[in-house]
Design a protein around this ligand. Structure first.
Ligand code: FAD
Length: 494
């Protein structure tokens, strides 16, 4: 018997990062137990099924499918045998108050036309954008995101001196985009990805232009049945591989002694000894709430990604909306300042909509459709505060429908047959999110690479996986996070 097979690992929380860590560790021979407080796995990638409508609770778009293929392969399976991936060729349509529109799509001829229309002249900007970011993308996935890089020197070497000299880590995404495009609409659309990284495109490093690049070069995807079908298939694999999954099992404490992990305490008072514990509970929540002896409040000052209010509407008619739409305000810079600096209700209220039943009719009853709406909002100053925007449901809803009317989108509140709403505080309470932040720690310069919260605690035997640790937020990144933490444990214990 090899050494790993003698070790039992406890993972607290059953989000995507946990599922990935469990599969990678099990493939190395470890015994793994997952304790999830809710009745379903998936964490933020969860499901609402009511009255024939099926909604993904959080993630609605899937990037970089090869990261998930690798996860299936680690379990000795082929993703294609489990999942039908649908490519969302319609991409993401952006709409402004002045009624201008722009679509980012992997359909290259269509994207070229869109860019030429707004740049009014040529598409050389698109070619140079693709060239620069293809190089960065390769650096990111071949040298930075696939390994545990703890020291800034190793990270700088991975990044490469030409990239360091280009200043892409020190210049903002907006100014980086300005090297390729003149149109404010194009820069604003590409720059809006910064929102989910927890910052403004005027502050987030230019290197992150690889996000819109990734969607253009590698497409936007959705598994048939919605994102949650990925979680369902992976849960079957956990069971097949012998990972023990305990649902409705909230952990109230990680027991430590002399800076070493000793086990966990469940909400019902039972304590279970473990030498190795991985927490998939958002890292700042773990450190401030679950480890009584550390009780780390240093996260109070760290920038977090925004909170969100989300609406799940089952509509009494079919729609022909583009699958993904983003409604941007006239005062683009002002709305980012409101969200991240002034922490006030964002002027012009940008929001995102997803209409998955347009691409997969099985997600709603025949003749009907589903609509998901996401509004980014400021986080709270302190973790123990209520988010005041949780009380603004009616105001927000009215603004959404006013904006639809403004764009002649044929939808009113009378079309809502089924409704569910998650406020920022509901998000926090359901999944243990810190300060109501929806996507975890932000990705400003001092919170990426070796500067981001490490996946290994100073407390021996305690590790982290998920959105607020390395490499970052989003389903592909937390899936990589599961691989990184399994590599780390193998290195420390084999
Ligand atoms: C609204 C929204 C939209 C998003 N859209 C996208 C998208 O389109 N594409 C994309 O790639 N990403 C998207 N994301 C980001 C993505 O969902 C997250 O980065 C990812 O799912 C986080 O996974 P995680 O491993 O950090 O775990 P989490 O999802 O945070 O899971 C942690 C788990 O721990 C459990 N838990 C908490 N406390 C305890 C406890 N004390 N005991 C036991 N269990 C506990 C929770 O219930 C939860 O199941 C979105 C996120 C949100 C919120």
């Amino acid at each position: 018997m090899n050494k790993s097979a003698e070790r039992e690992i406890c993972i607290i929380g059953g989000g995507m990062g946990s599922i990935s860590a469990a599969i990678y560790l099990r493939s190395k021979g470890y015994e793994v137990s997952v304790f999830e407080k809710n009745s379903t796995l998936g964490g933020r990638a969860n499901i609402i099924e009511e009255k024939g409508f099926r909604f993904d609770v959080g993630p609605s778009l899937l990037n970089y499918p090869w990261i998930f293929e690798n996860l299936f392969e680690a379990a000795g399976e082929k993703m294609d045998d489990h999942i039908d991936l649908i490519e969302i060729k319609s991409g993401v349509k952006f709409l402004w108050d002045d009624k201008e529109t722009f679509t980012i799509t992997s359909d290259f001829p269509r994207l070229s036309k869109e860019i030429a229309r707004l740049e009014k002249s040529h598409i050389n900007g698109l070619n140079s954008f693709l060239k620069v970011n293809s190089k960065r993308y390769n650096i990111a996935f071949e040298k930075l995101l696939n390994r545990n890089l703890d020291n800034p020197l190793g990270w700088g070497i991975g990044l490469g001196f030409s990239e360091l000299l280009s200043g892409s880590m020190f210049k903002s995404m907006y100014s980086d985009l300005g090297k390729h495009f003149k149109s404010d609409y194009i820069k604003q659309a590409f720059g809006s990805y910064a929102m989910y990284l927890g910052g403004s495109p005027f502050k987030i490093p230019g290197f992150f232009s690889i996000l819109p690049y990734g969607e253009i070069a590698y497409g936007l995807w959705m598994p048939k049945g919605g994102i949650y079908s990925l979680i369902e298939k992976l849960e079957n694999i956990l069971e097949k591989k012998g990972v023990k999954v305990f649902k409705n099992s909230q952990v109230s404490e990680i027991i430590t002694n002399n800076n070493e992990v000793k086990g966990i305490v469940l909400e019902d008072g039972r304590s279970i000894p473990y030498e190795i514990v991985i927490s998939n509970v958002d890292l700042p929540t773990t450190e401030s709430k679950l480890i009584k002896k550390i009780n780390n409040n240093s996260f109070d000052k760290k920038q977090m990604t925004p909170s969100v209010m989300t609406f799940y509407w089952g509509l009494n008619k079919e729609t022909d909306f583009p699958h993904h739409m983003i409604f941007l305000p006239d005062d683009y810079k002002g709305c980012f300042d409101d969200l991240f600096i002034k922490k006030t209700f964002p002027n012009g209220m940008p929001f995102y909509t997803s209409s998955p039943s347009v691409s997969d009719k099985s997600l709603s009853p025949s003749g009907k459709s589903t609509l998901f709406v996401l509004i980014p909002l400021p986080v709270t100053e302190k973790d123990n505060e209520i988010n005041i925007y949780s009380n603004e449901i009616e105001k927000i809803k009215t603004r959404i429908f006013d904006r639809f009317k403004h764009h002649n989108i044929d939808l009113t509140q009378d079309n809502i047959e089924y409704e569910k709403i998650y406020t920022p505080d509901e998000w926090k309470n359901l999944f243990g999110l810190y300060k109501t932040s929806a996507f975890g720690a932000s990705h400003n310069l001092f919170n990426i690479g070796p500067f981001r919260n490490k996946n290994k605690s100073r407390c021996k035997g305690l590790y982290y996986v998920g959105a607020s640790t390395t490499p970052g937020t989003g389903l592909p990144m937390v899936t990589l996070s599961g691989k990184l933490v399994s590599d780390r444990i193998e290195n420390d214990f084999s």
